[in-house]
Design a protein around this ligand. Structure first.
Ligand code: HAM
Length: 428
């Protein structure tokens, strides 16, 4: 039998090089989380299917087509999380965070799953980082969320960032707009794609998000939601834009931005890189306000706002533009070479002593030939090689060779760690 197992379609093995870029992204998130006082949360990868049906929305693409759902052996209906917000809200309610001082600020970084058609920047297992701020209705929070995502991307070296923004109003404004939009779309039904024909009745706002060219054309003349906002939603949006102006954050009003998740109220936004490549890859980040979601999932009415970004999309761009970011701890500083049985045995302890002292030592203890070991040391580009030969091992000594100059000194084995630290200018 010729077995050829492969990763499932749209899913990938992630190797060290990818993780080096992912770690860079995570570091920028963690740094921003500390600055804005968000604390880390990691919700389970499997959640009750109903939280996505109720939260993300039964008529969204995610729930209709993209969820990996299963029934457990115990009969529970569970789903691999397709997005982070409903899980965070579930945790907020379950853990009594409603009683904590507001806003409750949480951030996460981890894998998500959507059964989408794989294409550039779109996978079936991908990673997101997200920031959620729960408990405050003021648009100053929306501005803070947008700023955080803008800052993270800027810190990672993104320059031409474009923030697209809109307000979808509260549930009442949305209902009024829905009616107006349905009226407009019904008269143009024949020109829409098959999916959108079906959407007119169930979820007409999703038509504004359709990528089909004919639907895009029809969208251009459609009524705009900003004209259907009540005074409160209108003022909320106006204040948010004033805050963004004050911060000097560039944005673009997009009257047809609705986003594909049902829970949004008022603010919605997406951040793109404003280049040809960037537009092809799609939104780097997206989010908005979700003032009804906590109540929808069984909690007390609680305003909230948040966003999430796609790590693969960001990492792919970083990979094209910057050298692989290798953290200092991974850089080998010294190489330990040994010749002979006694030396090999003594090297075991010496290696551990260096490790405990925080010096990154390379080794090839499985090799006996000195020249083979020195070749590896050369490749690792270390500053110093420690050579422990048969004679040195018996005399409790070791040779330190400076690779650049070829100079060699013999030092007591016991003093080797401190001597190397001194030479590397590390604190002892
Ligand atoms: P979303 O727009 O569905 O929002 O996803 C956020 C980001 O995740 C996208 O902008 C994109 O960068 C990335 N992403 C989404 N799907 C994929 C995929 N299949 N492959 C690769 N990357 C992908 C949410 O998930 C909301 N929970 C955001 C939010 C948080 N709203 C409020 N709080």
């Amino acid at each position: 039998m010729n077995l050829k197992f492969q990763t499932p379609t749209g899913m990938h093995d992630l190797f060290q090089e990818e993780w080096d870029y992912f770690d860079k992204v995570k570091k920028a998130c963690s740094h921003m989380a500390d600055s804005y006082e968000f604390t880390r949360i990691e919700t389970p990868i499997l959640e009750d299917t109903a939280i996505f049906e109720k939260g993300t929305g039964a008529n969204t693409d995610i729930v209709e087509k993209e969820m990996y759902s299963l029934t457990s052996k115990g009969g529970d209906r569970l789903t691999l999380r397709p997005e982070g917000t409903p899980g965070v809200v579930r945790s907020y309610i379950q853990n009594g965070m409603q009683n904590q001082p507001k806003p409750v600020k949480l951030w996460y970084f981890g894998p998500f799953f959507r059964h989408e058609r794989p294409q550039a920047g779109r996978f079936r297992q991908f990673h997101q980082f997200g920031f959620e701020s729960l408990g405050v209705a003021d648009p100053i929070i929306d501005a803070e969320i947008i700023q955080i995502f803008y800052n993270i991307l800027k810190e990672l070296g993104f320059k031409n960032l474009l923030v697209e923004i809109n307000s979808t109003g509260d549930s009442q404004c949305k209902a009024n707009y829905r009616k107006a939009l349905m009226g407009y779309l019904r008269s143009r039904q024949t020109g829409l794609c098959t999916d959108c024909k079906r959407r007119i009745k169930k979820n007409p706002l999703r038509i504004l998000d359709c990528k089909e060219e004919k639907c895009q054309r029809i969208k251009k003349g459609a009524p705009q939601i900003v004209d259907h906002l009540c005074k409160e939603c209108h003022d909320h949006f106006k204040n948010l834009l004033e805050f963004l102006d004050e911060k000097g954050l560039p944005y673009n009003l997009n009257p047809y931005l609705v986003r594909g998740l049902d829970y949004y109220t008022k603010t919605v936004f997406e951040i793109y890189e404003d280049t040809e490549d960037g537009k092809q890859i799609g939104a780097l980040a997206g989010g908005g306000r979700y003032d009804d979601l906590v109540k929808m999932l069984g909690g007390k009415p609680t305003p909230a706002c948040g966003a999430a970004a796609g790590v693969e999309r960001i990492a792919a761009i970083l990979k094209q533009r910057m050298k692989r970011p290798i953290s200092k701890e991974k850089i080998t500083e010294v190489f330990l070479a040994q010749v002979g049985e006694i030396a090999k045995k003594k090297s075991l302890k010496l290696f551990e002593e260096f490790r405990e002292a925080g010096v990154k030592v390379g080794e090839a203890l499985h090799k006996d030939s000195l020249s083979a070991q020195l070749k590896i040391a050369d490749r690792l580009d270390v500053k110093f090689v420690l050579i422990l030969g048969q004679k040195e091992a018996i005399d409790e000594q070791v040779i330190i060779r400076e690779m650049k100059t070829g100079n060699q000194d013999v030092v007591d084995l016991k003093k080797a760690v401190n001597e190397i630290k001194k030479r590397l200018k590390k604190s002892i």
